[in-house]
Design a protein around this ligand. Sequence first.
Ligand SMILES: C[S@@+](CC[C@H](N)C(=O)[O-])C[C@H]1O[C@@H](n2cnc3c(N)ncnc32)[C@H](O)[C@@H]1O
Length: 274
Amino acid sequence: MTPSNSAARSRLYALECTEEFHRLERQASLKEYSFQEDLDDLPALTETSRAASFLDAGCGSGQGTHALSRIFPSQKIVGFDQSALRIEQARKAYPHDRIEFRVCDVLKEFPNSTDRYQGIFSRFVLQHIEQNQQLEFVRKLVNRLDAGGWLRVVDCDGLLINLSPFPEDLRESTQKIISEVGVDFLAGRKIPTFFQEAGLNQITCKVVPLVFFGENMRSEIEMMRERFRLSRPRLIETLGGAEAFETYVNSYLEAMAAPGSVVVYNKFIVTGVK
Ligand SMILES: C[S@@+](CC[C@H](N)C(=O)[O-])C[C@H]1O[C@@H](n2cnc3c(N)ncnc32)[C@H](O)[C@@H]1O
C-alpha cells in the first residue's frame, strides 16, 4: 500500500454506507453488544450539575447517545460522528430536546473549541482510527474534559482473529486484512496505556469476554456477514478482487458455523478521570 493510499483510507470508515445505521442498531440489540453494561456505573462516577454536558464521540446510529440521555436526565448530551449520513440518521431516529447530534471528526478541530464536557464516552471507535493516531484521538478527547471529568473508551479486541479452530487456508488473507484494511483488531488492550500517556488518573480497566458458541454463534455469524458485506469495497481492494472476497467470506463464515467452533472477543471498558 502506498503512503497516499494509506492516508486516503484513514479518512474513511471501512463500513460507511446507508445500511451501516441498521447494522449498528441490530448489533446494539444483541445481548453481547448492548450499551447497558458499558454505561451502567457511570452515574456513580459523576457529581452532576444541571449545567454539565456529556459527549458520545463516534456516536454512530445515536443509540448510545440516547442511552446517555436517560442516565443523565437533565443534562445536555452531544453526539459526534464524522459521517454526515450517520448524523442525519441519528437525528431522525433519536430526536430529543436535550440531545444535539453534530458532524465532527474527533481528529480534527472540535466545532466549538471552548466546549468542555463532564464526561466523554466513546465505543467501538478507536479500532477504526489509524494506529499512529490513536493516542492523539484519546488526547483530543481528554482536552475536551472538565477538570474532574471522566473519559470512558470501550473497544473489542480479537475480532476476526479469535476464531477457533482458525482455518489454515485463511491465514494469509487474514493477515493482509489486518495490515491493510484500516481496522485495529487489537485496539482494546491498548486503551489503558493511552489513558496513562494522556495523563488521566484513577484508571480502571474492566475486561468482559464476549463468547460465541452454539446458540449465540448464529447471531454473530449474521453480524460478521453484515460486517463483511458492508466493507466489501475495501475488502475487494485488499484481497485482490470480487472472487477472492467471496471465497474468503464463505470460508470464514463456514468455519464459524462448524460444530464446536468458538469465537471470543475481549471487550475492554476503560475509564479514567482528568
Ligand atoms: C463501529 S461504529 C460505533 C458506533 C457507536 N459508538 C456504537 O457503539 O454503536 C464507529 C463510528 O465511529 C465513527 N468514527 C470513526 N472515526 C471517527 C472520528 N475520527 N471522529 C468521529 N467519528 C468517527 C464512524 O463514522 C462510526 O459511526
